[in-house]
Design a protein around this ligand. Structure first.
Ligand SMILES: Nc1ncnc2c1ncn2[C@@H]1O[C@H](COP(=O)(O)OP(=O)(O)OP(=O)(O)O)[C@@H](O)[C@H]1O
Length: 583
């Protein structure tokens, strides 16, 4: 019942905190104890004044009060530091947990969704928004405890001390509650907008950083600056709007606190003069503690700010976590028990989201031992066909079957572990050459690594690197040439010793001599494997058993190179265009 009253964003955060509930309870407990120790000296001041105005206290009583105040400060030091430490370490652990959960989610989201999202925005959720949540756990919780305990503790004690003065002090409080509601209502959408603006800015920044050489080459630095300036200004403006809302709220708080305190000093002082009114000690304690009561009221502005920022950040985290991958494994997904022997596309239709149909009816089968080429003009859909096979995207109708089993009913990893894939734009990770090679084969032996390097023709290249296999490649392997990157990616695929080898323009940036050596090596591997190679340089496909020729809409021709060259059609046109092309 109580749980259902908690807003969903707080429920999500409390779910993460529940793993550390004992430490959270200890942190909050210490914070409460610290607040008690903080307030104790002021209560003691009232007692001392009363003792002095009503008699002649002995020296030992002053020693007692002195020691009590000292102990209260000692307690404050111990409890406050313990509470800060506990809450800060819990916040770090929760930040780590949320980050890992987000990253795991991103790693398993459909390629289709990832390709449509801004990488910088994703990055900003995993870093900036999660950092805001770290602040929530390390500071906001402690502040809430501080405000609640200071307020409830102080007011409770004051009420017990003299209810008349307490009522005077509390008179304007309902106004504060009303103000808080208005403030919180106004500032939430501004913070949400501001968090989104951070994400959008990060998206453009990430994109610009990757394209700096292109920007420089095209002298487009200024236009890029303008684009970034626009996004940064949007972020600035939303943050300024939030600051304005806060500025408008603060005078109200000051006014209400002023009314409260003025009433206490004036009205309370007058009451103290009346017969049977509060004594001087109580009045002094009220004045001192009343100041302390005002502090939490001011802290409220800051607190609502923090809460609304955390709320906006949690909404973005929740948005990302709630993405349901369309192509995720079914709950009863089967494993592909046998090695892949046949790959069939059966009446496949496909379109990218919000795009016209790319394939209307594609059917073909590839058997073990076959080396299949895919050719066709740019944009015909060759790479898209492979993306379907790797289940990065799903067909709109028809089915892809591996050994007769529907790919969508299989656990994706049970098929992918048999695949070696060299994509059209090879991607290398920050790390050593060896790390990159062993990405899909962490248990590869030195001999296996050497063999893959040999087959991909990169022995000399690795030999020339300063630390050989242990040379660190920068971001995306930028220290290598395009052809070197391609061959390294090929070696990575070959190292898996895959039953299905997919080469999407895998050697397009390699010189013809090296390319022909690599292709001879690959041809020697065809036994017991399915090899699919996409190429524009048709000379690399001449040894294929069959070539599927694609044009927009589907497969328009199919057969070995000699037959395709002999017949009228797309393939012959492409072949002749290549032969006639000026060298
Ligand atoms: N993620 C995507 N979203 C929308 N459309 C896409 C996406 N990826 C590719 N396309 C479009 O699908 C069509 C086929 O692209 P694909 O990359 O499969 O062609 P291709 O035959 O491999 O081309 P190339 O020979 O130039 O590599 C193109 O018109 C392309 O613009």
């Amino acid at each position: 019942m109580l749980f259902s009253c908690i807003p969903p964003w707080l429920r999500l955060l409390s779910g993460y905190a529940s793993r550390y509930r004992l430490r959270v309870a200890a942190g909050i407990g210490c914070s409460m104890a610290a607040r008690v120790c903080d307030l104790l000296p002021m209560a003691l001041v009232g007692l001392v004044i009363n003792r002095m105005t009503t008699g002649t206290p002995a020296a030992s009583e002053f020693v007692f009060y002195g020691l009590a105040v000292f102990s209260a400060f000692g307690g404050l030091a111990v409890f406050q530091s313990t509470s800060d430490y506990l809450l800060a370490t819990i916040a770090q652990s929760i930040r780590h947990d949320i980050r890992m959960k987000l990253f795991a989610k991103i790693l398993h989201i459909d390629t289709e969704i990832i390709e449509a999202k801004s990488k910088g925005d994703l990055l900003s959720v995993v870093t900036n928004d999660v950092d805001v949540l770290n602040g929530f756990f390390s500071e906001t919780i402690a502040n809430i405890v501080r405000v609640v305990i200071s307020f409830a503790g102080t007011y409770g004690y004051l009420f017990w001390l003299d209810y008349r003065l307490a009522l005077i002090l509390a008179f304007p409080l309902p106004l504060i509650v009303a103000c808080m509601r208005v403030f919180s209502h106004r500032i939430h959408p501004q913070y949400l907008k501001s968090r989104r603006a951070v994400g959008s800015f990060a998206g453009i920044l990430e994109n610009s950083l990757q394209g700096i050489p292109v920007l420089q080459a095209y002298c487009a630095e200024q236009s890029e600056m303008d684009r970034l300036k626009k996004e940064s200004a949007l972020y600035r403006d939303t943050a300024v709007d939030a600051a304005k809302t806060k500025r408008n709220f603060i005078p109200f708080i000051y006014a209400i606190a002023g009314i409260s305190f003025g009433l206490l000093i004036g009205g309370g002082g007058w009451l103290t003069q009346l017969p049977g009114g509060p004594d001087l000690g109580a009045y002094t304690t009220f004045v001192l503690m009343g100041m302390r009561l005002v502090v939490p009221i001011f802290t409220l502005t800051f607190l609502i700010n923090q809460l609304q920022q955390a709320r906006a950040a949690t909404l973005r985290v929740r948005e990302l976590l709630s993405i349901t991958p369309r192509l995720a494994d079914l709950p009863d997904a089967m494993d592909l028990d046998d090695l892949p022997e046949t790959v069939s596309f059966e009446k496949i239709r496909f379109h990218y989201p919000d795009h016209p149909e790319l394939f209307s009816d594609i059917s073909f089968t590839i058997n073990k031992g076959e080396f299949i080429g895919i050719a066709g003009p740019t944009g015909a859909g060759k790479s898209s066909l492979i993306k379907l096979l790797l289940r990065f995207y799903g067909p709109s109708s028809g089915r892809i079957a591996i050994n007769g089993k529907n790919l969508e009913e299989l656990a994706a990893a049970s098929f992918r572990k048999h695949v070696g894939y060299v994509s059209q734009h090879p991607f290398l990770f920050h790390g050593t050459v060896r790390d990159n090679l062993c990405l899909g084969s962490p248990k590869a032996t030195e001999e296996e690594i050497r063999q893959a390097i040999r087959q991909a023709g990169i022995e000399e290249m690795i030999h020339d690197l300063p630390q050989g296999l242990h040379t660190i490649l920068g971001d995306q392997g930028n220290s290598l040439s395009g052809g070197q990157k391609q061959r390294l990616s090929l070696a990575r695929a070959l190292l898996r010793d895959p039953e299905v080898l997919i080469l999407d323009e895998a050697t397009s940036a390699v010189d013809p001599l090296t390319e022909s050596i690599i292709h001879t090596n690959i041809l020697n591997l065809r036994k017991n494997r399915i090899i699919i190679a996409i190429a524009h340089r048709l000379s690399t496909l001449t040894a294929c058993d069959r070539i599927l020729v694609m044009a927009r809409g589907g497969i328009v021709q199919e057969g070995p190179h000699q037959d395709l060259v002999a017949e009228e059609g797309v393939y012959r046109s492409l072949w002749h265009a290549l032969q006639d092309a000026p060298c």
